[in-house]
Ligand binder design. Structure first.
Ligand SMILES: [Zn+2]
Ligand SMILES: [Zn+2]
Length: 177
């Protein structure tokens, strides 16, 4: 998949939360997640699987009774992901995500604001520090995702959360990091 360039607001780079780095590639700038953990503090980053050259985010998932792992592109807004199983579920199914190390659920009650989705749960990925986190809609195929950080203004957060790379249809399981 080609990385699609999205403009990163300059103001955001000044208040970049821990766990997200800014990189320039081919003269364009991107945000890349480099540190995420479960509520028990286990890292969700894996060096053994790389997407676009960066360590992927690994989460355990249960979808319609099937259990496996997703490896998600760490480039912010990318929809690229790999699985270690063949999901029979179609887009629209609800995902139950858990930490691949300790099995703690990553799901939190949080209604999706994308029109027509209606999912009541999000996958919560914790950034280093007390309050910063990324929330990804638990419905396959829904682009709903957002960043919550204390340092940036609501307007900047909205711009960042709206970044989506629609470069890949096949891997478009859920919008997210
Ligand atoms: Zn854990
Ligand atoms: Zn949704």
């Amino acid at each position: 998949m080609e990385l699609v360039y999205n403009e990163i607001p300059r103001e955001f780079l000044e208040v970049l939360p821990d766990g997200i780095k800014y990189i320039a590639r081919h003269g364009k700038d991107f945000l890349v997640v480099e540190s995420l953990c479960c509520p028990q503090g286990h890292s969700l980053m894996v060096d053994s699987v790389r997407i676009h050259g960066e360590p992927a985010v690994k989460i355990g998932v249960t979808i319609e009774g099937q259990k496996g792992s997703f490896f998600i592109d760490a480039f912010w807004g990318s929809h690229k992901k790999l699985c270690d199983f063949f999901p029979s579920a179609q887009g629209g199914a609800l995902v139950d995500a858990f930490c691949p190390v300790c099995g703690t659920s990553l799901m939190v009650g949080d209604a999706c604001s994308e029109s027509g989705c209606g999912a009541a749960k999000h996958i919560q990925l914790l950034l280093p520090g007390e309050k910063n986190r990324i929330l990804v809609c638990g419905r396959l195929g829904c682009p709903g995702h957002r960043l919550e950080t204390q340092k940036a203004s609501g307007q900047i957060i909205k711009k960042i959360s709206d970044i989506n790379f629609f470069g890949s249809q096949i891997d478009d399981f859920f919008g997210g990091i």
